[in-house]
Structure formats: structure tokens, C-alpha cells
Design a protein around this ligand. Structure first.
Ligand code: NAP
Length: 259
């Protein structure tokens, strides 16, 4: 089936774009016609994503007609602000689609959880999402343009998981923050939603022992783990005008797990 071009005039920023979900999301948004800015703390990985986008998304409006990669650590306020400024300098506008996908795990049971595991996960997953959302929203509001902000949370933020007190807290925080952002920014024409993926096959889940993945799979009504494209499809919908009256919500992409 021919790809729709629902994002023909969009400039999309995707963080964590060098791997897994972020890479698949970048590809999907580009196929929909968006210009994509791939941000990752691994700049070479972000460049690798951009190479996969060649020939896609050249329909976008003003500014340069090619995708771009930037190295950025989303946990650093100055780096995030610098990224938004660089994007505006390059493209003469802020990103109208902003996908916060950068995330990490540092798993350990509560009784053994070192403080730095807690701090690192909160810094990247929660504070990083806050910093990207805030910097992008400030630019969108001051430019008087609307937009769609999509934050990748996790079903674990809703149901919890063994060994993931830090991760679950960070992802619950992302969902709560997203609702508040939606309340504040609706009047500026900016929507903000979060996605709660279940277990999706990426480098992150490759760290989970196969035995555990088999146990999880047995509980998934759809009978299999997800693939990054399952999440990317929903991001494309939330980024587009097809979801123009949807804000402040969470969309579970879990194959029915934990419904
Ligand atoms: P992934 O393959 O590990 O990709 C995450 C990417 O984010 C990596 O390229 C990583 O770079 C980058 N990153 C990490 N910290 C960063 C930082 N401080 N600044 C900028 N980039 C940073 O993981 P994934 O599975 O695609 O996960 C993507 C998002 O989906 C995460 O937020 C994750 O929590 C969420 N999620 C995933 C699943 C799943 O089943 N896969 C389920 C629910 C939610 P490095 O490789 O250098 O760390």
C-alpha cells in the first residue's frame, strides 16, 4: 500500500533516534513526508538513522529539504536548549512534531537499587522528556505555531515490574507530565500525548533473558512481542491531523498485555 503523506509540511524532532523505537519512528515520519531531525547521545547512531531516510520526506515546506542528525544528551538542559536553537537556525522554524523517545534502563530489585541507578533513569527518562518538551514548547509558543508532542512512556509505568522501581517511576512521571502539558498548551494549539508500549523487540528488550520474554509472550493476547513499527504507526497517527482532537491521553501499544 502506498504511504500516506499526512506530514508533508511537518518538521519532526525524534530523540533516541539512533536505535530501536526512535529509529523506526524516524523512518515512519519521513515516509509520511516529514523532515526528520534525529537526536541521540550517540551521534553516529543518529547519523545512521538519517542515512536510512535518504529519498524520503523531500516534500516538506520551507527551509532545507534534507533530514539532519544531532548529538544530544537529553538529560542536559543546555544541550537540549542548544539543539532546539540549532534546529531553528537550520530550518528557520521549530519542530512541529516532537517525539521524546530517548530512554534507558538500570534494573535492580528495590532492596539492592543503588542511588545512582535511580538518578540516571530519572535524569534521562523523566527530566530529559521534560527538558525536550519545555524547550520545544517554548519555541512553538513564541513562534505562534501549533504542534504535536508525543512522549514515549511505558506500560510498566502503569503496572510496575520486578526490578524496575526506577524505570516505572520515570515512565509514570512521563504520563502524568504529559496530561499536565496538554492542559497548559491546548490553548496554543499544541497537543501532547503519550504512548505506553508493552514489550517491543529492540536492543533494550534484547537485554531481557529469553526465558522471561517467553513467559511474557505467553500472557500477550495477540500472542507475540511487538515490533518497533507497531509503535511508529501510532506515533504517525498522533503526529498527524487525523488525531487533531486528541490530547492529554495515553495510548497502550501492548498487544493487549495488562489490559
Ligand atoms: P534503545 O534501542 O535502547 O534506544 C534508546 C535510544 O536512546 C538509544 O539510541 C540511546 O543511546 C538513546 N539515549 C539514551 N540516553 C540518552 C540521552 N541521555 N540522550 C539522548 N539519547 C539517549 O531502546 P528502545 O527500546 O528503542 O526504547 C525507546 C524508548 O521506548 C525508551 O524511552 C524506552 O523506555 C521506551 N519503551 C521501550 C519498550 C520496549 O519494549 N522496547 C517498551 C516501553 C517503552 P545509547 O544506546 O547510547 O544509550
Amino acid at each position: 500500500m502506498a504511504a500516506q503523506l499526512r506530514l508533508r509540511s511537518a518538521l519532526a524532532l525524534v530523540t533516541g533516534a539512533g536505535s530501536g523505537l526512535g529509529r523506526a519512528i524516524s523512518q515512519r515520519l519521513a515516509r509520511e513526508g516529514a523532515l526528520v531531525v534525529a537526536g541521540d547521545r550517540d551521534g553516529a547512531a543518529a547519523e545512521g538513522t538519517i542515512r536510512l531516510l535518504e529519498g524520503m520526506g523531500s516534500e516538506a515546506g520551507s527551509g532545507p529539504r534534507c533530514h539532519a542528525a544531532f548529538q544530544v544528551d537529553v538529560a542536559e538542559a543546555g544541550a537540549v536548549q542548544g539543539l532546539i536553537e540549532q534546529i531553528q537556525a537550520c530550518f528557520s522554524r521549530p519542530p512541529s512534531v516532537v517525539v521524546s523517545c530517548a530512554g534507558i534502563i538500570r534494573d535492580e530489585f528495590l532492596l539492592r537499587m543503588p542511588e545512582d541507578y535511580w538518578d540516571e533513569v530519572i535524569a534521562v527518562n523523566l527530566k530529559g522528556t521534560f527538558l525536550v518538551t519545555q524547550a520545544a514548547a517554548r519555541a512553538l509558543v513564541s513562534n505562534g505555531c501549533g504542534g504535536s508532542i508525543i512522549n514515549i512512556s511505558s506500560i510498566i509505568g502503569k503496572v510496575g515490574n520486578l526490578g524496575q522501581t526506577n524505570y516505572a517511576a520515570s515512565k509514570a512521571g512521563v504520563a502524568g507530565m504529559t496530561s499536565s502539558v496538554a492542559l497548559e498548551l491546548g490553548r496554543h494549539g499544541i497537543r501532547c500525548n503519550s504512548i505506553l508500549p508493552g514489550f517491543i523487540i529492540t536492543p533494550m528488550t534484547k537485554k531481557v533473558p529469553q526465558k522471561v520474554l517467553d513467559q511474557i509472550t505467553a500472557r500477550i493476547p495477540m500472542g507475540h512481542l511487538g515490533v518497533p513499527e507497531d509503535v511508529a504507526d501510532v506515533v504517525a497517527f498522533l503526529a498527524s491531523d487525523d488525531s487533531g482532537y486528541i490530547t492529554g491521553t495515553t495510548v497502550e501499544v501492548t498487544g493487549g498485555l495488562f489490559m
